[in-house]
Design a protein around this ligand. Sequence first.
Ligand SMILES: Nc1ncnc2c1ncn2[C@@H]1O[C@H](COP(=O)(O)OP(=O)(O)O)[C@@H](O)[C@H]1O
Ligand SMILES: Nc1ccn([C@@H]2O[C@H](COP(=O)(O)OP(=O)(O)O)[C@@H](O)[C@H]2O)c(=O)n1
Length: 227
Amino acid sequence: MKQNIAVAIDGPAAAGKSTVAKIIAEKLTYVYIDTGAMYRALTYKAIKEGVSLEEERSLMNLLKDTTIDLQQSVEGQKVILDGEEVTLDIRTEQVTNQVSIVAKHGEVRHEMVKRQRELALKRGVVMDGRDIGTHVIPDAEVKIFLIASVQERAERRHKENLEKGFSSDLEKLKDEIRRRDKIDSEREVSPLLKAEDAVEIDTTSLSIIEVAEKILRVVHDKLDRGE
Ligand SMILES: Nc1ncnc2c1ncn2[C@@H]1O[C@H](COP(=O)(O)OP(=O)(O)O)[C@@H](O)[C@H]1O
Ligand SMILES: Nc1ccn([C@@H]2O[C@H](COP(=O)(O)OP(=O)(O)O)[C@@H](O)[C@H]2O)c(=O)n1
C-alpha cells in the first residue's frame, strides 16, 4: 500500500487552502508546500528592487538569481528569500494586490513549476496553490478544489486582519478578491481551474475542522484502497 502520496489543494483567494493544508500535513506528517508564497516572494523582491512587474524578461533575470526556501518550523512555515526571512513581509497588501501580475508570466510560471515539482518528487506532500492539480502535480493521488462565496472569503480575511490589529475594509477586500480571482482565472498560462478529477468542496458554511475532516476522508479512502 502506498503511504506517501501527494495531496493537491487548489482554489481561489481566501478559500481556506493554506489553513486546511497545514492541518492535513500535520495529521499525515507530510510536508506542507505553499506555492503562493513563492510567487509572493518574487513579487516582494521585484517591488523592493524596482523591477517592473509587467516585464517578463526583467522578472526572469531576477528569478534566476533568487533562492526561495520554504522551511518547516514549530511556529509554522517560514519563507526564506535569498537567505533572509520574509514570512510576514510577503503578506502585505502591496504584495497581495500585485502578485497576480507577476504570476501571469509564462516563463516565470515555468521556472516556479520546475522548482515546485522538485519539492513534490518524494511525495508525502500537501501542496496548495492555483494550478497544482492541473499542472504542477497532474498525477497527484488526491486533488481538492476549495471554493467559498466572495462575501464569505472577504469576511474571513476581514476577521483575520482585525484580529492581527490591522485596519481592514470589507468592501475593499471584496473588490480585491474579485480582481485577483479574475486575473488568476483568465490568464493564458495554467489559469486557476478545477482539475477534472478533483473533489470540489464548498467551504462557505463549513468550519475549518469540517473541511479538514472531509479532505482527510478522501485521503484515507485513497490510502485504504492502496491505489
Ligand atoms: N472553513 C472556514 N471557516 C471559517 N474561516 C476559515 C475557514 N477556512 C479558512 N478560514 C479563515 O479564512 C482566512 C483565509 O484562509 P486561508 O487558509 O489563508 O486561505 P487561502 O490559503 O485559500 O488564501 C484565514 O483567516 C482562515 O483562518
Ligand atoms: N500555484 C499558484 C499559487 C499562487 N499563484 C499566484 O499567487 C497569488 C498568491 O497566492 P496565495 O496562495 O498566497 O494567495 P492567498 O489565496 O493565500 O491570498 C495568487 O493570487 C496567484 O496569482 C499562482 O498563480 N499559482
